[in-house]
Write a protein that binds this ligand. Structure first.
Ligand code: NIG
Ligand code: FE
Length: 407
């Protein structure tokens, strides 16, 4: 057992509901607080002096200076396992080139597939370690990582093995997701339905045998997989026992509905979700994941986060960090920008990058600082919790704790 403190403020998020709009007044802020931790889990958050006098024999890990602590952030959607660089895609997009022109001049997802296929597993591990470190330093201690730049058996397995290997080397939790259904690979001898059949019968069984991932993702879009073949694919993947997540409604509406109907854990992107589908998502248990990094990267509109929350949806925010549409990887900057454009309260942003994002990953013991949650925390040198979102990423995390231990 130990007590960490005193913190100027601890924002617990203990009592915030899983879904819907949240006002800042409903945040539980404990002033001059201490946190009692046992075996990596939070036991009590209370006034520091109250806590130390109640438990006089417990070791105290003293905090110097004024700091505010939050539950550590959760990034529930990334593509950080990749090789190569697509800076030229960004330049071409901003000079008015279309998706097709970028793809035909050697850019786009296929360019990342070629580089990732060429890379060794060790190179992918090295790249991943650098990116994981970049995320953890922001206070993110739970990181979802997708495959999806392999798009054939050996290369998808190489990616998933690299992602799993990294989990053995680092303290933050890495959640691997199989996105072999990212797009139809150019060198596949067959149509998209046949490729999905190949993923189902040749890739997913090995993923399961090797215990590489229990989550399956698909990109449903005109340029990738079509709604009805995707629904069939997801139903089949569910029969294997996989949890489902979907890249939905990024450019055209309709696919978040499929995510809800197959009982997906999350429907991610949603920039093009219709009014009707906002209501549909809001009545479901599927987490609506906004990816402002992709909106910023592509110069597109943001997901309708305000309307989703007002309708009662479970809203999470993630970086979508990938080499093409979202190369930034800064969660707080992206979430703060989304807050400005979508008029989100600080409490809504904090909920979206903590316990609501954890829920999208099926994780129930992270994202709040309350009894029996993991003591994963991020601290900032400030006396006011509002500064973190207000500074839009300009205020950097000063300490990160994973299971009660300093990173
Ligand atoms: O989530 N939308 C599809 N997939 C990624 C982009 C992948 C890429 O451009 O490499 C996304 O934005
Ligand atoms: Fe994505």
């Amino acid at each position: 057992m130990k007590i960490i403190g005193p913190f100027k403020q601890v924002v617990t998020l203990a009592n915030i509901p899983l879904r819907g709009a949240v006002s800042d007044e409903s945040l539980e802020i404990i002033e001059e607080a201490g946190i009692l931790i046992e075996q990596g889990k939070v036991q009590i958050v209370d006034n520091f002096l109250t806590l130390t006098s109640r438990f006089p024999k417990v070791e105290v890990q003293k905090i110097e200076g004024e700091k505010v602590a939050f539950p550590a952030w959760v990034d529930c959607h990334t593509h950080i396992c990749f090789a190569g660089n697509r800076a030229n895609d960004f330049a071409m997009r901003n000079s008015g080139k279309t998706y097709l022109e970028i793809a035909t001049s050697g850019g786009g997802i296929w360019s990342s597939v070629k580089h990732t296929r060429q890379a060794t597993e060790d190179e992918l591990i090295k790249n991943l370690l650098t990116r994981v470190d970049f995320l953890v330093k922001q206070g993110i201690t739970t990181i979802e990582v997708k495959s999806g730049y392999g798009l054939k058996l050996d290369a998808e397995l190489k990616m998933l093995r690299a992602i799993n290997h990294v989990q053995e080397l680092v303290k933050p939790q890495i959640v691997p997701t199989c996105l072999a259904a990212h797009t139809l690979p150019k060198d596949f001898d067959g149509d998209s339905r046949e490729y999905l059949d190949y993923v189902l019968h040749y890739i997913l069984p090995v993923v399961q045998e090797e215990d590489l991932s229990n989550r399956v993702d698909i990109f449903i879009e005109q340029s990738a997989f079509q709604p009805e073949e995707s629904r069939w694919f997801l139903e089949e993947a569910k029969k294997f026992g996989f949890d489902i997540t979907v890249h939905a409604d990024q450019f055209t509406p309709g696919s978040s509905r499929i995510a809800v109907e197959v009982g997906a854990k999350s429907a991610d992107h949603l920039e093009a979700t219709s009014e009707e589908d906002i209501q549909y998502l809001a009545k479901s248990d599927t987490v609506a994941v906004a990816l402002p990094g992709a909106s910023i990267g592509l110069g597109d509109s943001f997901a309708p986060a305000r309307k989703l929350l007002d309708a009662g949806a479970i809203l999470a925010i993630a970086t979508d960090w990938n080499p093409g549409s979202a190369p930034m990887g800064n969660l707080i900057t992206q979430a703060s920008i989304l807050a400005s454009f979508q008029k989100l309260s600080t409490a809504e942003v904090l909920s979206a990058i903590t316990f609501r994002a954890a829920h999208a990953l099926g994780i129930q013991d992270k994202g709040r600082l309350s009894k029996d949650y993991w003591a994963d925390m991020v601290c900032y040198d400030t006396d006011n919790f509002q500064d973190v979102i207000y500074r839009q990423g300009g205020l950097q995390a000063s300490e990160v704790y994973i299971k009660g231990e300093k990173y």
